[in-house]
Design a protein around this ligand. Structure first.
Ligand code: SF4
Length: 453
């Protein structure tokens, strides 16, 4: 669920960059016949990737991936420098091949059909390598949200899910497929929720020290994105002229200038805005579960850490619990705005934050499940309609609202005994159905709602 990457979008920036890296591997690993003609690459973007790809820097991200840069650890300036460089010098070197690729000419922006057929996913791209005029290698890849990508089988047209695919001979000590099953595993085993996750990860080959090392890097990146956000001002890129507000808000908050009617705690909003401004500027953030919703969890974790002096271990444990909730949404509904609207991004993140927060504050598995359910229930039906396809309006403020709601869900849940009427499993079903019924113009296409101005 948590991937360190760059903004502004996990499905439209990080995913396409990862897809380009995958295509690089394919070129290197596929035995190709002797080639005499000049090689040229074309990248076709379809559906939501085409409609909002320019605002989400999809083209720049693909260029970075094609040159071998990785969203996790390549320098941000190198990533965004790749496309201008290729426009100036349109030569990609992949393995033993020199390939002509000039972004201005070789990106093709299409609509909702590929070769006359419906798309396998709203975020579809196709890489085509030509020798002269003949296609010698091609791959369709879909970006399914949260920076995850799946190749599409050329013969069957089916997506090849990489999630959950592994050695089927491995038996997890605590298997579960639903939220209720997860709660049951905790109850029966009398283990803490994160201990269940640690045991399962160990069975999959990831021991606890290595797991905690990864969680620690995620926490550091989240905290760094807050700190950069509250120390940076200026105008966000993309042409909307949106002014960064986190620095000024933070200054007001820390210098006692917050108006009395606002109470004394703007921190959840300010920290969430800080991270999402970093995201909108193309900076380094963590998908949680997506880039568009990357501000909620860092904000809630920072606030709880400041209020309760939580240890590093507790913060890591909370991330594990949040990741279970995100994975359940991904399995039974979707974390992609292009598939189900913003309920899948900000709604999911709010649920992850609420469930993780309850666990960090000592709540029971039932209370965790309840908090996560509240977090999603009150985002059901929320559309995705970013103005100009930029992850700025409504996304940045929406993270502030998500952080506040997550803390409210935490308080409501901890104040009760965890018994409630609507289960998390039921609300995920409803999220999926609502997403399927939602008009396409409200699913990250910038063709409806606020995006129309
Ligand atoms: S409106 Fe929500 S789903 Fe759409 S891009 Fe913004 S944060 Fe993501």
């Amino acid at each position: 669920m948590f991937k360190i990457g760059v903004g502004p979008s996990s499905s439209h920036t990080v995913g396409p960059m990862v897809a380009a890296l995958e295509f690089r591997k394919l070129v290197t690993n596929t035995p190709l016949p002797p080639i005499e003609a000049a090689l040229r690459l074309q990248v076709e973007l379809y559906g939501s990737l085409s409609l909002t790809g320019r605002g989400h820097a999809t083209d720049g991200a693909v260029c970075a991936g094609l040159t071998g840069l990785h969203p996790r650890n390549s320098a941000v300036d190198d990533i965004w420098g790749a496309m201008p460089q290729l426009n100036e010098n349109p030569l990609l070197t992949i393995g033993e091949f020199n390939i002509h690729f000039r972004p201005e000419d070789d990106f093709h922006w299409h609509s909702w059909k590929m070769d006359g057929e419906p798309l396998p996913h709203p975020n579809t791209m196709r890489f085509r390598l030509y020798a002269g005029t003949v296609v010698i290698l091609q791959q369709v890849i879909v970006s399914v949200g949260g920076g995850f990508v799946e190749p599409v089988d050329e013969n069957t047209g089916q997506r090849i899910s990489t999630m959950g695919v592994g050695d089927e001979s491995i038996v997890l000590p605590f298997p579960y497929n639903t939220a209720q099953e997860f709660v049951n595993q905790c109850t029966i085993s009398e283990l803490a929720p994160w201990e269940i996750i640690i045991a399962n990860q160990r069975a999959l080959g990831l021991d606890e020290p290595k797991l905690r090392e990864q969680l620690s890097a995620i926490l550091d990146t989240m905290n760094d994105s807050i700190d950069r956000g509250i120390n940076t001002d200026g105008i966000l890129p993309g042409g909307l002229n949106v002014r960064r507000r986190a620095k000024d808000l933070h200054h007001q908050m820390t210098s006692g200038k917050t108006p009395s009617w606002a109470g004394n705690d703007l921190r959840p909003s300010v920290y969430a805005v800080a991270v999402n401004e970093e995201n909108a500027a193309g900076g380094r953030v963590v998908t949680a579960p997506t880039n568009g919703s990357s501000g909620i969890i860092p904000s809630v974790w920072r606030v709880l850490q400041e209020n309760n002096d939580l240890s590093r271990k507790v913060l890591e444990d909370g991330l594990m619990v949040a990741s279970v909730i995100g994975a359940l949404v991904k399995t039974h509904a979707s974390i992609s705005g292009a598939e189900v609207g913003c309920q899948g991004e900000v709604g999911t993140s709010c649920a992850m934050a609420a469930g993780g927060a309850v666990s960090m504050l000592g709540g029971t598995p039932n209370q965790i499940e309840q908090a996560a359910e509240i977090g999603i229930e009150h985002h059901l039906g929320m559309t995705c309609d970013p103005i100009k396809g930029l992850v700025q309006i409504p996304c940045i403020e929406r993270n502030a609202m998500g952080a506040v709601k997550a803390l409210n869900a935490t308080a409501l849940s901890l104040a009760s005994d965890g018994a409630h009427m609507v289960s998390l499993d039921r609300v995920l079903q409803v999220m999926k159905e609502t997403g399927l019924d939602m008009n396409m113009k409200y699913k990250e296409t910038a063709t409806g709602g606020l995006a129309l101005g």
